[in-house]
Design a protein around this ligand. Structure first.
Ligand code: TYM
Length: 353
């Protein structure tokens, strides 16, 4: 008897282009997992993109570009089911059902929501958008994304860990309230999940903070961004013989730490170790480090940029691709929504049969 395959699911908002945080926090795991005996669902979260926009933005075009970047990174349509969230509108129905059992207090304690709340209180214009019902309910929609395909594993960066925990809480509550194992509960996010700092030395690389290194940045842009990373000629001592990035990088000044983190991700290990040695020795080497890191990042980006611009991935190709993938994910999603309707007592939808 063959065991049931693991189900993997993850999503990314179409907020412009993919950056290194997205890649090393999430996409590189998507690529690794598509080689596993698993069913992989990856989607572009275009509904979620609506929670932060102030006016009309061409989310459709951004979604298509994001899909093209996914493919350029190596996501293989033959091995993963890659779809657009809004092509699965029953996700919104599941979010509505889950919203009925989710406490507002639980949502208000979410760190992403709290951060936005504080930012808006300090400067009501900072986000260009008031606090919305959609923003408060963001984790409920995310729970629907995860639970609708009965995911076992949700590969995400560290910043999304709490949202996945909230999805597990919501599913447990649903199951205990409605007396059945209707919803499948995924595993918690691994403690080793990455949080890549921003090029400005801040805690997190993120599109809205304008501190990203992007996969589609060309050589000149990469070098310019590297040069702008704040470094200090007065480095803090490492106080350890370890060379493990997770041990030494937190001891470095913020901007310097970003450079070493990137180096540990894109350069050969001996290059990383050599720069750790130079750090311990002191001296002026940040100019060379930035130049050399810029070269590694440019080489990393080159094949992605080439594939992104490949004319075979035209808009029509991507639209057809999305249509086919939406068809592949719809049956499993409808099965979950119908089970929830039944468990809650409104019964199955007549028109879906
Ligand atoms: P989003 O679009 O902000 O980010 C997409 C993925 O990239 C990861 N990431 C990072 N990882 C490490 N360091 C960083 N600086 C960094 N910045 C971004 C994120 O952790 C994420 O894995 N809410 C989600 C999208 C979403 C989703 C879902 C994810 C909607 N529904 C269901 C998983 C399951 C988001 O905004 O990700």
């Amino acid at each position: 008897m063959s065991a049931k395959q693991e189900v993997i699911l993850s999503g990314i908002r179409p907020t412009g282009r993919l950056h290194y945080g997205n890649y090393f926090g999430a996409v590189q795991h998507f690529l690794r997992l598509q080689d596993a005996p698993a069913t992989c669902y990856y989607f572009i979260a275009d509904y979620h993109a609506l929670t932060t926009i102030a006016g009309r933005r061409d989310i459709r075009a951004q979604t298509i570009d994001m899909l093209r970047t996914y493919i350029a990174c190596g996501l293989d349509p033959a091995r993963s089911i890659v779809y657009r969230q809004s092509d699965l509108p029953c996700t919104a129905e599941l979010a509505l059902l889950l919203g009925m059992i989710t406490n507002i207090g639980h949502l208000e304690r979410g760190t992403t929501y709290k951060d936005k709340f504080i930012k808006l209180k300090e400067d009501p214009k900072s986000e260009g958008n008031p606090l919305s019902y959609g923003l408060l309910g963001y984790p409920v929609l995310m729970a629907a994304d995860i639970l609708i395909v009965k995911a076992d594993l949700v590969p995400v960066g560290d910043d999304q860990r709490q949202h996945v925990e909230m999805a597990c809480d919501i599913a447990e509550k649903f199951n205990s309230r409605f007396g059945a194992e209707v919803l499948h509960i995924p595993r918690a996010v691994d403690r080793s999940a990455l949080r890549l700092p921003g090029l400005d030395g801040s805690q997190k690389m993120g599109k809205s903070d304008n501190n990203t290194l992007d996969l589609l940045d060309d050589a000149a842009t990469v070098l310019k961004k590297m040069k702008g990373v704040p470094t200090t000629t007065d480095p803090a001592p490492l106080d350890t013989d370890s060379t493990d990035p997770d041990v030494v990088i937190p001891k470095m000044p913020a901007g310097v730490g970003v450079l070493y983190r990137l180096l540990s991700l894109v350069a050969p290990q001996e290059v990383y170790l050599d720069y750790i040695r130079q750090y311990r020795d002191g001296g002026k080497f940040y100019g060379t480090l930035k130049k050399s890191l810029a070269e590694y990042c440019t080489a990393f980006n080159a094949p992605i940029i080439e594939k992104f611009n490949d004319p075979q991935y035209s808009d029509d190709f991507i639209e057809d691709f999305l249509r086919e993938n939406a068809k592949r994910v719809t049956p499993v999603a409808l099965d979950t929504v119908e089970s929830c309707r039944e468990a809650m007592g409104i019964g199955r939808s007549l028109y879906r049969g």
